[in-house]
Every structure is written in structure tokens, then in C-alpha cells.
Design a protein around this ligand. Structure first.
Ligand SMILES: Nc1nc2c(ncn2[C@@H]2O[C@H](COP(=O)(O)OP(=O)(O)OP(=O)(O)O)[C@@H](O)[C@H]2O)c(=O)[nH]1
Ligand SMILES: [Mg+2]
Length: 289
């Protein structure tokens, strides 16, 4: 077929193939979530519904894109790390970034009701995305350590700030002044001496964020194993994490993993074990079909 005279405009498109042999990170971050969280009355400083929803959306992305070897989330952001030898979308950066961001955002809306129940979604949430390449294992470890350190710093600040405001009766401005120039040790001390709170006893999901890894687990009441995505709330800055989960950097299939307690809902929903959320999810899907 003859080409139209407009065909030449295609030549303006630029090549966006990512460098080979580099870890690919896509990080998504909620736009103006300080406002979004206020509007939807997120609990302060951490709202479990919001964290669960972020984690559910990230699992959806990992289910779809199997070359993601690890993901890390905190607050309103998620980082997805693709294996360095991935050939997904021919390593076209725009495709990789926009598909991940789009699927994450639509999942956030899709699963909203399961976690926020009667709280109506009042405005469309949206996320920015960036893509960064890291050539060495040390770089990718440092990247993830940076995000986890950020989680720690922000969470210690927010926990102390909201303790001063909610329990201590200070105004937001007074609490901000009180914390200005303080070190971590000062904030720990304020929490301990004034609010009887040992920061180290705060839930790990708040202090460490969520790491999503691919693992093989034994299905409950069955001899069968299944590959699933598991949420961990561990320190990933030290050596121990990378020794225990050595398959991540060596790009091997997920090792066997055993949960000490009951399976998290996030795993149950992948095993199609009926949780209340699973039931709602199925019904939502039926409605959507
Ligand atoms: N109350 C509450 N707020 C949260 C929670 N998670 C995230 N947020 C809000 O989301 C913000 C995320 O930080 P940023 O990404 O730096 O801020 P942002 O308003 O999204 O700004 P941009 O990302 O630049 O658009 C936090 O500062 C909080 O205001 C939560 O669990 N509870
Ligand atoms: Mg944000």
C-alpha cells in the first residue's frame, strides 16, 4: 500500500532502547498525596489500608511482568527492579515505564474498594514515574538501601510529629518547631519519655517498608508448592538480606520460603484462598466483565 504523505512524521520518534546489562528501576510516586491522603482521611502517620492497597497494586504489576525480580514500597511510592538481562519490550524505556505506571495506577483504583470499603474515591489518584539504570550489583543494592533509609527517616519523623500533635496537643507548627534540628536519638527519646513508645516496637511494615520477592511456598493443607510473591518487612541494607535471598542478584528462581505465622492476605489472594478481600475481588471482577 502506498504510504501517505504524512508518514514522514514517524521519523521524529526517538530511539529509547535502554543500555544492555544494567538493572532497570521503575519508581512510581503518588502525585500530591499529602492532599490525597487528607481528602480520604488516611490515618496518621500510617494508614494500613493505604499500604495494603499499594502492596496489592504492586503484586499485580509483578504478576504481569515476571522480569521484575524485587520491588520495594513505602508511603506513596514503589520501586520495581527488572533483571539486568531482560528483553522485555525490546528494552524500550518508554514502554516499560508507562506500562508499569499505568498498570499500577489502574490497580490502585481497581482495588480501592477492597481496602477502603465505604470510603468513596473522591478524585482520581495518579502517579509519576521515572526509570533509572544501575550498572552494578552494588549500585542496585545502594539504590534500595537509599529508599529504605528514606522510609526510616520519614517514618521516625512522622511518628514523632503526630505523637506530639495527636497525643501531646501541640499544633502542627509547634510540633514542627519542636522537631527542627533534632537527631534520630532526640526523636526516639521524645517518643519514649513523653509518649511511652519504644520506636523499635512500632510495626516493621512502617519502619522498614515492604519488600516483594518471588518465592516458592507450600500450600496450606496440601503437598503442593506454588510460586508466589511474598511481602517482607526486613532490613535490606545489611549483608544478611542479600545472603538469605541470594537468588535476587543471581537472577535464579525464588527459593522456598516458610512463614512462621499465618499466611499474609497478600499471599492468600494469590493462592485463591478465600479471604473476605478475595471474595470481594472476585465479585468486583465479575461486575467488571
Ligand atoms: N496520613 C497519611 N499520609 C500518607 C500516608 N502515606 C502517604 N501519605 C502522604 O503522602 C505524602 C507522600 O510524600 P511525597 O510523595 O513527598 O509528597 P506528595 O504530596 O505526594 O508530593 P509529590 O510526590 O511531589 O507530588 C506524605 O508526605 C503524606 O502526606 C499514610 O499512610 N498516612
Ligand atoms: Mg508523592
Amino acid at each position: 500500500m502506498a504510504k501517505s504523505k504524512f508518514e514522514y512524521v514517524k521519523s521524529f520518534e526517538t530511539e529509547d532502547k535502554l543500555l544492555p546489562n544494567c538493572w532497570i528501576v521503575v519508581r512510581v510516586d503518588g502525585k500530591s498525596f499529602h492532599k490525597f491522603s487528607e481528602k480520604h482521611e488516611f490515618q496518621k502517620p500510617n494508614d494500613m489500608r493505604a499500604l495494603d492497597l499499594m502492596n496489592r497494586s504492586a503484586v499485580k504489576v509483578m504478576e504481569q511482568y515476571k522480569d521484575i525480580v524485587i520491588a520495594y514500597g513505602e508511603s506513596d511510592e514503589y520501586s520495581f527492579v527488572l533483571r539486568k538481562d531482560t528483553e522485555i519490550f525490546n528494552r524500550r524505556g518508554f514502554k516499560i515505564m508507562t506500562y508499569i505506571n499505568s498498570l499500577f495506577t489502574s490497580s490502585y483504583v481497581f482495588y480501592w474498594k477492597q481496602y477502603f470499603k465505604e470510603v468513596k474515591l473522591k478524585s482520581p489518584p495518579y502517579f509519576d514515574a521515572r526509570i533509572v539504570l544501575y550498572p552494578t550489583d552494588e549500585n542496585i543494592r545502594d539504590y534500595l538501601s537509599w529508599r529504605q533509609a528514606d522510609c526510616h527517616v520519614n517514618n521516625l519523623y512522622n511518628t514523632t510529629f503526630w505523637a506530639l500533635v495527636i497525643k501531646g496537643g501541640l499544633s502542627n507548627i509547634e510540633a514542627e518547631k519542636r522537631l527542627c534540628g533534632t537527631f534520630s536519638s532526640d526523636k526516639n527519646e521524645i517518643l519514649f519519655s513523653e509518649f511511652n513508645t519504644n520506636y523499635n516496637n512500632e510495626p516493621e511494615i512502617f519502619r522498614k517498608g515492604t519488600i516483594l520477592l518471588r518465592k516458592r511456598i507450600k500450600k496450606p493443607n496440601s503437598e503442593h508448592f506454588k510460586r508466589v510473591i511474598v511481602p517482607l518487612h526486613e532490613d535490606l541494607i545489611g549483608e544478611k538480606f542479600w545472603n538469605t535471598h541470594s537468588e535476587v542478584l543471581s537472577i535464579k528462581p525464588g527459593q522456598d520460603y516458610y512463614f512462621n505465622d499465618t499466611l499474609p492476605d497478600l499471599v492468600k489472594c494469590q493462592l485463591c484462598i478465600n479471604t473476605k478481600r478475595n471474595y470481594d475481588e472476585k465479585n468486583n471482577l465479575k461486575e467488571a466483565e
